[in-house]
Design a protein around this ligand. Structure first.
Ligand code: ZN
Length: 169
């Protein structure tokens, strides 16, 4: 928490790594201060959770999210042996090697909204059951309700970045 004599009325907050910094006017009472720190924390955390997935933080978190999504959409029947964040790939957002049960996700996706990353994971997990992009495969993907929207989001992202990344593998 930082008090500023120049700050008259406004309160603002941001994250500096894991630390939340709250800027408040110097003249605020401690009761007001307490209120605003709690308020800004609530707001910031809500914004954070809405934007990105906790799975972005580590390979372990990514694996945990895969377990949840497999249970929710794929009958618990798509369990990878490993799921890893990898440096950006030239032509892919993510890839799966069904024979080995491994999934790799491009670092480019660390900052996409949680619901987009979830789609990617459902897609790759579905490949553990059906390797090809056939009707059966897309029926599995369609169990995740935001599949269409996520595909549109990724096409837009790819076009905006001039990446030419429209296909998932
Ligand atoms: Zn695919």
């Amino acid at each position: 928490m930082r008090r500023s004599a120049r700050r008259k009325r406004t309160v603002s907050a941001y994250f500096d790594g894991d630390t939340m910094v709250v800027l408040i006017p110097a003249r605020m009472s401690s009761a007001e201060e307490e209120h605003w720190v709690a308020e800004m924390e609530r707001k910031l955390l809500r914004g954070k959770n809405r934007r990105v997935s906790p799975a972005r933080q580590s390979d372990e978190a990514l694996m945990q999210r895969c377990r949840e999504l497999s249970a929710q959409y794929l009958d618990g029947d798509a369990q990878p042996t490993s799921v890893r964040w990898v440096p950006p790939m030239r032509t892919r957002w993510a890839s799966c090697t069904p024979a080995e049960g491994t999934i790799r996700v491009s670092d480019r996706l660390r900052d996409v909204p949680a619901w987009v990353l979830d789609y990617i994971l459902v897609h790759e997990l579905a490949h553990l059951r059906v390797a090809a992009h056939n009707k059966e495969f897309w029926a599995l993907c369609a169990r995740y309700p935001k599949t269409e929207r996520a595909i549109g989001y990724l096409e837009g992202l790819s076009a905006a970045a001039g990446l030419g990344l429209t296909e998932l593998d």
